[in-house]
Write a protein that binds this ligand. Sequence first.
Ligand code: XMP
Length: 319
Amino acid sequence: DWTMSAYREEAIAAIREQVGDQKVICGLSGGVDSSVAAVLIHEAIGDQLTCVFVDHGLLRKGEAEEVVKMFRDHYNMPLIHADEQELFLGALDGVSDPETKRKIIGKLFIDVFQKHAKEVGDATFLAQGTLYPDVIESVSFSGGPSVTIKSHHNVGGLPEKMGLKLVEPLRELFKDEVRELGRELGLPPSFIGRHPFPGPGLAIRCPGEITREKLDILREADAVYIDQIRRHNLYDEIWQAFVAILPVRTVGVMGDGRTYDFACALRAVTSVDGMTADYYPFTHDFLGETATRIINEVPGINRVTYDITSKPPGTIEWE
Ligand code: XMP
């Protein structure tokens, strides 16, 4: 009988066997995948593992603090917190093409990760929370038409460049199985249940040019939206929910005055593995209340829309 506790034991034995007494570095994104990978590997080899958390300035509200608190303070893992916001946001200045954004972020991520990984010294292995669907998507898109659909920066590139061997203990698992493994490993339920978050972060939820102003507005609006979803007890029914700030200002009225602020789009989908998705059927009451809260509580936004596109033909993210 195949169970998660058996998988855990097998995975731990396999990691020990592969790694021996060598050092491993792991990029921690704050997402479920890299977190589960890190905890699993830490359980297998203890302080032979060092995590590197890169803050590219494209994280959600309070996210960096949460990650550092959990891994450094709660799990006592050796953790390097690389605050590289200036570098990433500087390089993204004026860039609006989605794939160019991904390439810039992916390249800088590799540079920064390499720089900080040197602090660890003689690491031999790089750990990644690559899942089965990541493996499939990156394979099926390569060799296709000239367009690369997604250049996920967590797949490929880094290990070769750094001369490191890969440890990928989640490679055979789907998302729901990773969550089950995380529960098995004792990660807090609130953390395990977290919606997936893309490597390029808020950059691809800010279509068009990225500015600090837009990112700050987006972070606030997203926090209100997620709070609404939690208050209405809908978080666990939804695969992914987020706000995208649109590259357009619209006219509104507030009190006696006219406003000219950003419009945003709410996105929420159900999905099994992210490959296909349906938009979430919120009630009109929920949508109305959420729009009112965002407009009242988030300066800089005066219009809220709801995205009812399913995947396919849409994607989950806006870029
Ligand atoms: P799409 O938008 O392609 O997203 O329907 C499917 C899933 O993948 C995530 N996603 C990314 N994850 N780097 C990542 O690590 C990326 O460039 C990227 N683009 C999309 C997205 O959040 C969703 O879960």
